[in-house]
Design a protein around this ligand. Structure first.
Ligand SMILES: [Zn+2]
Ligand SMILES: [Zn+2]
Length: 285
C-alpha cells in the first residue's frame, strides 16, 4: 500500500464526512502519477532567474481534450458523491465551459475568473473553486518531476520556486532539523528560513510567534507573523512526504488551521508570484 493510500484511508477514518470530497482528491492524485503529463512539460534551457518561479512566463502547449476530460471527470465525481454545495456543479459538468481558460485561471490563481463562471452557471463559487484548483495538479507534478534539479538551491523566497504558490506547510526533517516548505500544488519543496516571515519578510522576532495548540500532539505547530497575520503549519518529521501526499498532509492538519484562524491568523489568498503564462490549446475538445 502506498503512502497515498494510507493517507487517504486515515483521512476517511478520521473524517468520514469528508468522503465525498476525498473521492475527488483521490481521483486527481491517481492522475498525478500518469506519465502522459510528462510530455506536456514546457522545455526550459536557461538557469532559474532570481525570485522568478520556473513556470513563470512559459508557454504551455496542451491538448484541450486532456484538460476538459480531467475537469469533467472531477466535476462528475464531485456531483455524484458530493454535498449539496458540490451538487450545484452539475450545470458546469454539463456546460461547454472553456476548460483551458479555467486551467489557466487555476494555475495563475485568478480566483475572480472562476467565481464569475460559477455565478454565471448557477454553481456554488467555493465548490467550483475547490475542484478547479485540483485540475492543474497532474501537470504541475509532471513539471516538478522534470524540473526538480533545476530549482536554484539558494532560493530565498516564501513562494514555491516552481509554481509560485504559497507553502501548504513546513517540514523540519531528521536529526539535522533542516527546514523545508512544501507546495500543495506541484508537491515541490524548498529550503525554509525561519528568521523572517515567509509572506511579508518581517525579521523582528517579537513579531514572529510559534503556537502549539493544546492536544495537538508532538511536533506539530503553527508559525505565524503578527504583522501580516499569515501562518504556516509546521511538522517535525523524519523525512519529507512524497509529492502527492502533501495535499493529504495539509488536509490531515485542518485542526491547526482552525486553531490559527481562531487566533486571528489566515493563509494569504491568491498566488505568491504572478506567473504570466501563455496557454496554447491543440486539437479539439
Ligand atoms: Zn509549487
Ligand atoms: Zn508577515
Amino acid at each position: 500500500m502506498t503512502a497515498i493510500d494510507t493517507g487517504l484511508q486515515e483521512l476517511k477514518r478520521q473524517h468520514p464526512e469528508w468522503e465525498p470530497w476525498l473521492a475527488v482528491v483521490e481521483e486527481v492524485l491517481r492522475e498525478t502519477g500518469d506519465p502522459q503529463w510528462d510530455a506536456l512539460v514546457p522545455t526550459r534551457t536557461e538557469a532559474q532567474r532570481i525570485k522568478v518561479p520556473l513556470l513563470a512566463e512559459t508557454t504551455i502547449q496542451i491538448e484541450e481534450a486532456v484538460i476538459s476530460g480531467l475537469l469533467k471527470q472531477l466535476l462528475q465525481t464531485a456531483c455524484r458523491n458530493g454535498t449539496s454545495k458540490m451538487a450545484t456543479l452539475e450545470p458546469v459538468a454539463r456546460a461547454d465551459v472553456d476548460s483551458l481558460m479555467l486551467f489557466k485561471a487555476s494555475l495563475c490563481r485568478d480566483d475572480d475568473r472562476v467565481k464569475d463562471i460559477a455565478t454565471a452557471l448557477g454553481a456554488d463559487p467555493e465548490a467550483l473553486q475547490a475542484v478547479v484548483a485540483l485540475v492543474p495538479l497532474p501537470f504541475l507534478h509532471a513539471c516538478n518531476r522534470r524540473w526538480t534539479r533545476s530549482i536554484d538551491i539558494s532560493w530565498m523566497e516564501g513562494y514555491c520556486p516552481l509554481c509560485g504558490a504559497w507553502p501548504a506547510l513546513g517540514e523540519i526533517r531528521g536529526i539535522e532539523r533542516n527546514r523545508y516548505f512544501r507546495c500543495g500544488r506541484c508537491g515541490g519543496e524548498w529550503r525554509a528560513h525561519c528568521l523572517f516571515c515567509t509572506y511579508c519578510g518581517m525579521t523582528d522576532h517579537e513579531q514572529l510567534v510559534t503556537l502549539v495548540p493544546e492536544q495537538t500532539g508532538a511536533g506539530r505547530m503553527i508559525e505565524a507573523c503578527k504583522r501580516c497575520l499569515g501562518y504556516v503549519k509546521t511538522f517535525t518529521t523524519l523525512q519529507g512526504s512524497v509529492p502527492a501526499k502533501v495535499i493529504l498532509d495539509d488536509l490531515a492538519s485542518v485542526d491547526l488551521d482552525v486553531a490559527a484562524v481562531e487566533q486571528g491568523y489566515k493563509r494569504p489568498q491568491g498566488a505568491g508570484y504572478a506567473l504570466d503564462l501563455t496557454i496554447i490549446g491543440n486539437g479539439t475538445k
